[in-house]
Design a protein around this ligand. Structure first.
Ligand SMILES: Cc1cc2nc3c(=O)[nH]c(=O)nc-3n(C[C@H](O)[C@H](O)[C@H](O)COP(=O)(O)OP(=O)(O)OC[C@H]3O[C@@H](n4cnc5c(N)ncnc54)[C@H](O)[C@@H]3O)c2cc1C
Length: 548
């Protein structure tokens, strides 16, 4: 009873200070992700322009007891991290789109949270400044990057936008507009949208730098040591390891004097539509039963493309391009606006492990691949191999690289996905990836043996079950801070509730739940079709869906 009264007084004291009425705006709509494979529940979708407008929206939510979540329109995170719950309030940030200040002398910029990274860099570029190596997609919003801890790859400076944060303006769960800086900022640097709405951010920026990109490729005998060497000896390195082919290819960036000629650009996603469509046809052929070699042939094709360099300068392909670091770091899609995932929707799983775990992890993965491979059916990863990037320890409490030099590992594949192009054409990849069970064993090994921290903006639902204190030393501090700034838990959504709820692995168990990453299978029914739920071959604790 005392608790209830306390709660009532809290609600009355916060919500009661709002003159705003609890009516809805009637703007019911649904937000969908970048490749239209995930649709948020219907919500009241509002796009404010200022902190004051956000404050009114939050005030209305407090009065009516509804939940709020901020996200980008056509968000780039994989599932529902940026979605408001059913009939709650969805703030989208496309009108928080102003660059408020660039101070060349102090090398500081202040931007609203809906500004995209490439828009900010374009404005900075004109003043000889940039933010470098914090993502491979320029289309992410500043708010989304801080929300999910988006990272690029470098050990020589911050690898994540959060590392450049000086302060933020946030509307919190009390409806207050607050400037957050100093030690408190460590809670907010990576915030999952559950602390409040970030309205603007002040960021440290740096002078423009020119870089040269080179490609290194080789056999994978010592691939863990190779990765460490590359990460430690270059300004930036990313490595695509194709274990089925026993090879790797790496893209390396190093500084060159700023007067070196060259305006190189990263064109890795600027592939002609016909090529993506042909790849899709070949992919769908390769996942059919009794098609030996096909998957590895595709992996060979992708590895060859990657190892030939994916940079252009002035419309011409360049083997060792030179360009401005901000332009070289992230890719663009086709001139007609089509991105590869519009034609071939994909799943991106991403995890961070400590750098010193890498040799053992690689050895385990090699064993898994060998155990599941036969002479004619080696396990290959046809999209980008297994993809690695690197970052120094972050002080953001729930950054995947918190407290340790980290390796970011991505597994990308196509899985039962159904999306839609801008013209409304439905695109489907109906099959499971070939060797889905091997991907499952690697993912579970990574999460269970290495206590990997899943990327907050990637991954299917099951990757997040149980993430908390066991992964992050500062988890309880983060929760305590949330309770302080959002005492009524206004900033919450089903994605966040699934992370907190210990029962989630059982609640989200339904026929075929393992096929789209909602569960780890316990019974054959969780796998569905003709797949059985069996133990992993190397990581025995894993439960994987395999055709016996
Ligand atoms: C093709 C592709 C490439 C990718 N490459 C990378 C990469 O190189 N590096 C990487 O780390 N990730 C990458 N990702 C993963 C991910 O999409 C990004 O990390 C990023 O979070 C997406 O940005 P967004 O603006 O779409 O954010 P959203 O998906 O809209 O939001 C991400 C999180 O931030 C919160 N949020 C958004 N805006 C606000 C706000 N104003 N206030 C409070 N919270 C907010 C949301 O609630 C959500 O929790 C990639 C994804 C795709 C599809």
């Amino acid at each position: 009873m005392r608790m209830m009264l306390k709660q009532w007084f809290l609600v009355a004291s916060i919500a009661g200070s709002y003159p705003a009425k609890a009516e809805t705006t009637g703007l019911w709509d649904t937000n969908v992700n970048y490749e239209r494979t995930f649709q948020c529940p219907e919500a009241e979708m509002i796009s404010p322009e200022s902190a004051e407008e956000v404050q009114i929206i939050v005030g209305r939510a407090l009065v009516s007891g509804r939940k709020v979540m901020a996200g980008t329109k056509n968000f780039n995170s994989q599932i529902d991290a940026a979605c408001a719950g059913n009939h709650q309030i969805q703030i989208t940030t496309e009108r928080l789109n102003r660059i408020l200040m660039i101070d060349e002398k102090k090398q500081v910029a202040k931007v609203q949270s809906g500004v995209r990274l490439h828009e900010l860099n374009r404005a900075l570029h004109e003043k000889g400044l940039a933010i470098n190596m914090v993502a491979e997609g320029g289309f992410f919003s500043i708010g989304g990057m801080l929300g999910s801890g988006t990272h690029g790859s470098t050990l020589t400076q911050g690898a994540s936008l959060s590392d450049y944060l000086i302060n933020v303006t946030m509307v919190d769960g009390r409806g207050s507009i607050r400037t957050i800086e100093g030690q408190e900022l460590e809670a907010v640097k990576v915030n999952l949208g559950v602390l409040g709405v970030v309205v603007d951010a002040t960021l440290r920026v740096e002078p423009l730098k020119k870089v040269k990109a080179t490609i290194e490729k080789g056999k994978d005998d010592e691939v863990a040591a190779v990765m460490k060497r590359l990460a430690e000896n270059h300004y930036s390195a990313n490595v695509a390891w194709f274990p089925g082919l026993q090879e790797y290819t790496a893209t390396l960036y190093d500084f060159v004097p700023n007067d070196t000629p060259g305006k190189g650009e990263n064109n890795q996603a600027e592939l002609p539509d016909w090529m993506i469509k042909a790849f899709k046809t070949a992919y769908q052929f390769s996942v059919q039963p009794n098609r030996p070699i096909a998957e590895c042939a595709l992996a060979q094709f992708r590895k060859t493309l990657r190892s030939k360099s994916y940079f252009y300068d002035n419309g011409k392909w360049q083997k060792n391009p030179v360009g401005w670091s901000d332009q070289m770091q992230y890719f663009k899609c086709n001139k007609n606006g089509t991105c590869p995932w519009d034609i071939l929707p994909m799943v991106i799983q991403g995890y961070a492990i400590a750098m010193d775990q890498l040799p053992e992890w690689v050895a385990d993965v090699k064993k898994i691949i060998d155990q599941h491979s036969t002479f004619l059916n080696r396990v290959c990863f046809p999209l980008n191999g297994i993809y690695f990037r690197f970052g120094e320890a972050s002080d953001a409490w729930i950054a995947p690289s918190y407290g340790r030099t980290s390796v970011f590992i991505d597994l990308e594949y196509f899985m039962n996905t159904r999306g839609m192009t801008d013209d409304g054409e439905v695109v489907e990849v109906p099959a499971l990836p070939k060797n889905f069970h091997v991907l499952q064993e690697i993912e579970q090994l990574t999460l269970q043996k290495y206590h990997a921290r899943p990327h907050w903006g990637k991954n299917q639902a099951a990757a997040f079950y149980g993430v908390g204190q066991g992964h992050y030393e500062k988890w309880q501090d983060f929760i305590a801070y949330k309770n302080k700034v959002d005492p009524l838990n206004t900033f919450s959504n089903p994605w966040w509730q699934r992370i907190l709820d210990k029962e989630s692995p059982q609640i989200y168990r339904f026929p075929s739940c393992a096929r789209d990453g909602n569960c780890i299978c316990e019974t054959d029914s969780d796998c569905g079709g003709d797949l059985s739920c069996v133990s992993g071959k190397v990581w025995k604790k894993a439960r994987i869906c395999q055709k016996i």
